[in-house]
Design a protein around this ligand. Structure first.
Ligand SMILES: NC(=O)c1ccc[n+]([C@@H]2O[C@H](COP(=O)([O-])OP(=O)(O)OC[C@H]3O[C@@H](n4cnc5c(N)ncnc54)[C@H](OP(=O)(O)O)[C@@H]3O)[C@@H](O)[C@H]2O)c1
Length: 427
């Protein structure tokens, strides 16, 4: 039996889940591995935790734990792109210790730099849990698609947004009230901005795109729009057209240029992306000569995420290759030219709320014509007040043209509230 001593920094949702898993010793003995705990670290030593840590050596400083002689593998479950997480992971790699982390912010912001360090030191850096929680999408893309040319990656990657949007559609409650309930029930953070402003999904998209396209991605390369501005009227108008609003993460390679965006999008209701609920994640990869690959599974939660961390530990225990960290060596990662998201073409859903004034619709039609956008359908839902709601679905046009129309209409005196403009995407 191989004895491997694991050190765990961060004992929250995922760290606690991992400790339970390792202590329960599920299949590890059958796989010939005996995982022991070399030490643990968190912010506060004495507090109620799901699993007792009394039996394990305690470290106030995660860096000291990461570099300790007893540490065979260092597991970072603190979170955050910088601070103690980055310091401890860097120190572990410098000291020649393999690292497993679930930290998407760290890998999205510093993955290539850390991968270069890991490869220089000849040790592994693994992060299966960083994207789609328990669903093995990192392994699937890094290894399963290694021989293919990827043209696009799409994903629903943020459980909080998924929960809010599907609950709005199902209950008819407003964004604000669903968010408050989600916070009370622990589905959303006290500060939900990373989730609802699309940053968390963008971190995950950056990691997937690096793997899929052998490309170094800067967060600034990603066009990020969250769901904060989505109103119940948008969700209901979409539903009326058999569409569901989802926060979609999309990476597309077109003529050698890479387009990266996170955006609320309208998706046909019967599509697997539209049917994804709560913390469930879905990722598809289109690759030649493979075709379309789809992953679906739990994207968060103690058990699911810990199981992905533990799967990385098992891989290391079985002697899984340390290098390269991505499908390509860190120094071979490319900087691809950007495909401007303004040039991406989709049909658009434009929801207007107009004051009942003569000539308003003619001005709207002129604004669309000026951008050479033709209308696929126009609907006037019943009004509940003095304003006239109008929902327009356009034929495919550039994102920049749809935005220009929205700006023109928003500046008109007959507009009761700023227009909602959302792409209709069939991922
Ligand atoms: N939760 C999920 O479902 C999920 C899914 C996928 C990926 N992840 C990722 O997994 C990582 C951990 O997430 P989580 O949900 O487990 O977070 P969490 O519940 O907030 O736990 C964070 C842990 O880090 C510790 N910590 C905070 N600051 C520290 C410091 N300066 N030094 C040492 N320890 C410190 C905390 O200590 P105390 O316990 O003493 O406060 C806590 O134990 C994050 O990178 C997250 O993005 C989470």
């Amino acid at each position: 039996m191989r004895k491997i001593k694991v050190s765990i920094a961060g004992l929250g949702v995922v760290g606690g889940g991992l400790l339970s898993l390792l202590v329960e010793d599920r299949r590890f003995t059958r796989q010939g591995v005996d995982f022991g705990i070399a030490g643990v670290s968190a912010r506060t030593r004495h507090r109620d935790r799901a699993v007792s840590i009394d039996a394990y050596p305690w470290f106030d400083d995660p860096v000291a734990l990461a570099t300790h002689d007893d540490t065979d593998i260092f597991v970072e479950l603190i979170g955050g792109s910088d601070g103690p997480a980055k310091a401890a992971v860097t120190a572990a790699l410098e000291a020649g210790k393999p690292v497993v982390t679930a930290d998407k912010a760290l890998i999205a912001e510093h993955g290539p730099m850390l991968a270069a360090l890991a490869e220089k030191k000849g040790v592994a850096l693994k992060f299966e849990a960083a994207v789609a929680g328990g669903t093995p999408v990192i392994h699937g893309i890094r290894d399963g698609v290694a021989a293919c040319t990827v043209s696009s990656v799409n994903g629903i990657l943020n459980g909080t947004c998924n929960y809010i949007l599907s609950t709005m559609a199902e209950t008819g409650a407003s964004f604000e009230s669903v968010l408050l309930d989600a916070q009370r029930e622990g589905f959303a953070e006290a500060d939900p901005s990373f989730d609802i402003d699309g940053v968390d999904a963008a971190h995950k998209l950056a990691i997937l795109a690096t793997l899929a396209f052998d490309a170094e991605i800067a967060m600034a390369d990603i066009s990020i729009r969250g769901i904060r501005h989505i109103q119940l009227a948008d969700v209901e108008a979409a539903k009326h057209q058999n569409l569901a609003i989802k926060l979609l993460a999309e990476a597309v390679l077109q003529d050698g240029a890479l387009g990266l965006r996170v955006t609320p999008a309208l998706i046909p209701e019967r599509n697997a992306f539209a049917e994804t609920r709560g913390s469930q994640n879905v990722v598809t990869v289109d690759a030649e000569p493979l075709g379309r690959l789809a992953f679906s599974g739990p994207g968060a939660g103690a058990g699911a995420t810990a199981s992905a961390v533990a799967a990385d530990l098992c891989d290391l225990a079985r002697g899984g290759a340390a290098s390269p960290v991505y499908a390509t060596a860190a120094e071979q990662l490319r900087r691809l030219p950007s495909l401007s998201t303004a040039d991406m073409e989709n049909s658009y859903f434009i929801r207007l709320s107009l004051k009942d004034e003569p000539g308003a619709m003619a001005t709207v039609a002129d604004a669309l014509a000026a951008e050479r956008i033709s209308i696929e359908s126009l609907r006037q839902p019943p009004s509940h007040d003095s304003t006239a709601p109008v929902v327009i679905v356009t034929h495919p046009c550039r994102a920049a043209a749809a935005e220009a129309v929205a700006n023109t209409i928003a500046a008109q005196p007959f507009v009761a509230e700023p227009p909602s403009v959302l792409p209709i995407i069939i991922p």
